[in-house]
Design a protein around this ligand. Structure first.
Ligand code: ADP
Ligand code: MG
Length: 257
């Protein structure tokens, strides 16, 4: 479970205070698939960085599975991330000098897991790339690279998977494949997923959609996948058709003068 309490981020720029994220409260139950949407510059990546403990908030707290990230020092945070958080980035971020297999192996080696190579093979198999184990990232398509990155992200069985525009550099077919893989892995491992996207098509896979605008959370509604999970018809059913609570408009964003 992820709990954000009054989480905020501001920076000083040339004597002016820039509010990147206004105080935000959010609770994400274990195993939920949440899409964070919003226009460019609305604070999505900032929120993800704070969730991962890669960035420090200006105020508020981040709790993940009963541990307060905002109370940890850098060493504790690094250990926490290695143990509990997986990342998938828009730009894949594979290590170019390592093969697909070795890339998946890295986090397992860092965790000191025995049989890391065998486990990495199993993971590559799960993303359908066992045949590419010896290939380097440059020899793989974008979609294949992202599938390797997903295998790497799930390698240490993280409680939380954070994905920032994971399909942003892919064509729609490859993007769809990567998304299906993410959902499959999430269901299989019971992972909590927070996925940032501005693609409504991608957000359809989410059980919940949180929308940011100008650093405010302006919407928090059940997503199409939750409607589908509720067993009422197909995934075109909106929250109303599925008998869920109506969309909640939380705040009017940034009516600044
Ligand atoms: P998104 O991911 O939704 O596109 P970001 O979280 O990357 O948005 O950024 C939100 C806003 O905060 C943007 O206007 C960005 O330029 C600004 N911003 C982010 N980090 C910093 C920083 N360290 N210093 C100054 N401005 C920042
Ligand atoms: Mg971003």
């Amino acid at each position: 479970m992820i709990i954000l309490k009054q989480l905020s981020k501001q920076v000083s720029l040339g004597g002016q205070v820039l509010h990147i994220l206004h105080p935000l409260d959010l609770t994400i139950p274990r195993g939920q698939f949440v899409a964070v949407m919003g226009p460019s510059g609305s604070g999505k990546s900032t929120l993800l960085g704070l969730l991962a403990g890669l960035d420090r908030p200006s105020g508020g707290q981040v709790w993940i599975n009963g541990e307060e990230l905002t109370a940890m020092n850098e060493d504790e945070l690094a250990r926490f991330r290695g143990r509990s958080v997986g990342f998938v980035f828009q730009s894949f971020q594979l290590i170019p000098t390592l093969t697909a297999l070795e890339n998946v192996q890295v986090p397992l080696e860092i965790q000191g897991q025995r049989h890391a190579a065998e486990r990495a093979r199993v993971l590559l198999g799960q993303v359908g790339l066992l045949g590419r184990a010896a290939h380097y990232p440059a020899q793989l398509s974008g979609g294949e690279q992202q599938r390797v990155a997903i295998a790497r992200a799930f390698a240490c069985q993280p409680a939380v998977l954070l994905a920032d525009e994971p399909t942003g550099n892919l064509d729609s077919a490859a993007g769809q494949q990567v998304l299906e893989l993410l959902v499959g892995m999430q269901r299989e491992h019971g992972t909590t997923v927070v996925l940032v996207t501005h693609d409504a098509q991608i957000a359809r896979a989410a059980e919940r959609i949180v929308r940011l605008k100008d650093g405010h959370m302006v919407e928090d509604v059940p997503g199409p996948a939750r409607a589908a999970l509720a067993g009422r018809g197909n995934d075109l059913a909106g929250p109303a058709e599925a008998g869920l609570e109506p969309p909640r408009v939380l705040a009017k964003a940034g009516a600044r003068t």
